[in-house]
Write a protein that binds this ligand. Sequence first.
Ligand SMILES: [Zn+2]
Length: 311
Amino acid sequence: MMIKVWNNHYGKVVAEKDQHYIIDCEPCGFKHAIPLPDEKEQADFYEHSFYENYWGNYIRNHLEESEWYKIEYNEKYDLFKKFLPSPVQQTLLDIGSGPGLFLKAGCDRGWTTVGVEPGRAAWKYSTSKLALNVHNVFFNEETHTQFGTFQVVHINNVLEHLLHPQNTLLCIHDILEPDGLISVSVPNDFNPLQKAVIDYYKKDMWWVDIREHVNYFDRDSLDNLLIKTGFRPIYHTSSFPLELFILLGEDYIGNNKIGREIHNKRKKFDCAMEKSGNTNLKRKIYNKLSEIGLGREITVIGKKQTMASSL
Ligand SMILES: [Zn+2]
């Protein structure tokens, strides 16, 4: 077993790629790359390149798939409502709000929503086309108090990109109202089905991409990070375990055509369950999958703890 040390980070090496290591970092409690990428270079990437490079496809796919996305969005807003103490005015901040479709879904349900989106093109779309309240800045220690306080903070597929996810969660804790909720979704990496694929097909760890993903979470490490930063995890779910397709013989890795096909199949499953009135069964399946560490993405809802509530 190889242990690597970098600044204050150390732990067992779980992958090696592009002159970086992924370590299961003991002080941090989750897997991340070392050395960490340069802060300024990374900020520049998200401000100018991240959406711009594939902006056309990204927004088109989102719109084409709006029926499927709506299922996820409605489920989340239903859960927030269920877990909040009977709110007078429902308020939500979306960090990394992209083109703003999650915010728009909230507005349509009567929520007051605010977004934070550093990418210029995405910010522009959400403010000019959808007339949403979105700030074109990074959410960090310097900026986090300027948006107000909220009952819910939603942070979807963002934490895996951040150099200091702990700090971001502490900032979120700061601006949540008492008993407020955080909803975090991240890719579920180094999961048991990915390992099964590697065992069977002798593949590389295809999900490791240090340019985009600095951190690699699973349900336990995400829970631990939330607890460390002042939240109590109260709900877990996951999404379709896409790796099953590879084991079924549909190897979508590096193959866009098969990738699209299997993506359509997973969407079809979600939509069929929804349309046939089997939403609860579908939720039960995904909630159970998350218990055994499966699902392509994991979602955890946490409740803000204060000194008083943790006593
Ligand atoms: Zn670390």
